[in-house]
Design a protein around this ligand. Structure first.
Ligand code: 5GP
Length: 113
């Protein structure tokens, strides 16, 4: 499977503002934030799109949500609220083909379009 920019961040070939790391998951600030807090939570294993998630990944995907919850608390946006988004393929607006959970918050977010 071809390498993405996120593989380079995982391998420390490209720098990023990392806010969380464990054996399976990395989280870092989006380079082009769409909200005051905009963090990307990614699995270290390459899964290209939501369509490629398998039952064996269920715990990993659940843990990504728990990591996002923890970061939201750390960033102080948990009580006001935030949004979690995973874009899939062209119509979903996916640009990087290594799945990532967008955690966005810190101000009132607009409606989904
Ligand atoms: P997608 O559109 O695939 O759901 O989101 C990809 C996200 O990755 C975008 O929000 C974009 O700003 C972010 N991004 C792209 N390249 C880089 C990078 O090199 N570093 C970081 N931190 N974020 C990136």
């Amino acid at each position: 499977m071809s390498e993405t920019i996120f593989s380079k961040i995982i391998n420390r070939e490209l720098s990023a503002d990392i806010v969380y790391e464990d054996d399976d998951i990395l989280a870092f600030r989006d380079i082009s934030p769409q909200a005051p807090v905009h963090v990307l939570v990614i699995p270290k294993v390459k899964i290209a799109t939501v369509n490629d998630i398998q039952p064996v990944h269920a715990e990993l995907i659940g843990n990504m949500v728990l990591v996002a919850q923890k970061i939201a608390r750390q960033e102080g946006i948990d009580e006001d609220g935030y949004r979690l988004v995973i874009n899939c393929n062209q119509h979903g607006g996916q640009e990087v083909y290594h799945i990532h959970l967008h955690l966005m918050g810190g101000h009132q977010l607009g409606g989904l379009s």
